[in-house]
Design a protein around this ligand. Structure first.
Ligand code: GLU
Length: 419
């Protein structure tokens, strides 16, 4: 076991969610057991030369949960709290996410236990190149396609693509998505996850009869997902009253100018201290008085400890796994609508799919085309999830999981079991 392993709560939650869908779908117990386990797991320990000349040893994982519907797909996370169980849960959620939006991928995830905030660009490049080399045997455009996640970005993906390509002796564009546009990335990919959060959030608001121009919004996490979602929902006429990042949060009931907060963060490194705002903790932000809550940071934020105190009528999950199953039950009883992660944040992997397709075809689309196709896919998926939930008198999370799990189980049934 790698050092610093924390209890396996997230994986337990993912399994509990799966169990709920399996029971409702009355799946064969053998099939259910298969879907509960990752198909393939690789853990690597590898050295990186640090700037001070010392050798530091890092631990990384790459988990492929399922390849039944296509190559494994999912991001790579750099974070001090990464564990194998966390990566397992995230890989499983990627399988369901790709199935919900019906793109031809399975699910995978990677993670390296490190603190990128205290590492130089050179150290991060060497870590990325060595980790890529270590997982090269199991990744590839037709096997497993990484992408950005927490604290990784287009630059990380460029190093990954370059390293993989050096080993192969030629440029392999489609081994990774979320690359910079200048080397074969897709227009609209950087904004895609946040854009999808807003598309699905608006869809939910419409069905709840909420007028977005009268809504207040709190956003936890101001990274690639939260900051973009805040900007786009503000553009729709909503009032963003609170945002936060890993250092803390800020609140102004009259509304924050999201572009001004972005400029403040670019200068100071955090949203904290934004002029005219009150400080709030990440915990307090979740229970603020607002109409829409967008958790866009890490897992297990909304739990049985705070679910009864949530004010929002609508929660749109930008993060993966921000709500525990116990909290889900409380929110359901209180009539709070949750647009689940595997639907709400699936915009990122959907445009990753577009990027992969464009790279293979060597034919690139405009940003308008990308955004239009993204909206069409997410709107269709939302409708299908909603219908499934309605039919089985359950919440959107169960509806989304049932839709996804049934698609994966159908792929297994029709492919058959080898040999
Ligand atoms: N890391 C993102 C997610 O959790 C994107 C994955 C991808 O584009 O493959 O959905």
């Amino acid at each position: 076991m790698p050092e610093g392993e924390k209890p396996a709560n997230v994986y337990v939650s993912a399994l509990e969610q799966l169990r709920g869908a399996v029971e409702k779908l009355k799946l064969d117990p053998g099939v259910a057991r298969l879907l509960a386990l990752p198909k393939r797991e690789l853990t690597v320990h590898f050295p990186v030369r640090m700037d001070d000349g010392s050798l530091q040893i890092f631990t990384g994982h790459r988990v492929q949960h399922s390849v039944l519907r296509g190559p494994a797909k999912g991001g790579i996370r750099y974070h001090p709290d990464v564990t194998l169980d966390e990566v397992r849960a995230l890989a499983m959620w990627m399988t369901w996410k790709c199935a919900v939006v019906n793109i031809p991928f399975g699910g995978g995830k990677g993670g390296v236990v490190c603190n990128p905030k205290v590492m130089s660009l050179g150290e991060l490049e060497r870590l990325t190149r060595r980790y890529t080399t270590e997982i090269t045997p199991i990744i590839g455009p037709e096997q497993d396609i990484p992408a950005p996640d927490v604290y990784t970005n287009p630059q990380t993906m460029a190093w990954l693509m370059d390293t993989y390509s050096m080993h192969k002796g030629h440029t392999v564009r489609a081994v990774v998505t979320g690359k910079p546009v200048s080397i074969g990335g897709s227009e609209g990919r950087v904004e895609a996850t946040g854009r999808g959060v807003v598309i699905t959030g608006l869809e939910a608001a419409k069905r709840l009869g909420m007028d977005i121009t009268r809504c207040t919004v709190a956003v936890q996490g101001f990274g690639n997902v939260g900051a973009v979602a805040a900007q786009l929902i503000e553009r729709e006429g909503a009032r963003v009253i609170a945002v936060s990042d890993s250092r803390g949060g800020i609140c102004n009931p009259k509304g924050l100018s999201v572009s001004a907060v972005l400029a403040h963060k670019a200068k100071s490194g955090s949203v904290v201290g934004f002029p005219g705002s009150e400080p709030v903790s990440n915990e307090e932000l979740l229970t603020l008085k607002c109409d829409i809550l967008i958790p866009s940071a890490l897992e297990e934020q909304i739990t049985e400890r705070n679910a009864a105190r949530i004010h929002a009528r609508l929660i749109v999950e930008g993060a993966n796994g921000p709500t525990t199953p116990a909290a889900d039950r409380i929110l359901f009883d209180r009539g709070i609508t949750v647009v689940p992660d595997i639907l709400a944040n699936s915009g990122g992997v959907t445009v990753s799919y577009f990027e992969w397709v464009q790279g293979i075809q060597e034919f690139f689309w405009t940003e308008e085309e990308v955004n239009e196709r993204l909206k069409a896919i997410l709107t269709r998926a939302y409708g299908q999830v909603h219908d499934m939930a309605d039919k089985h008198r359950t919440d959107l999370r169960n509806g989304a999981l049932m839709l996804a799990v049934s698609r994966v189980a159908e792929a297994l049934r029709i492919r058959g079991v080898y040999p």
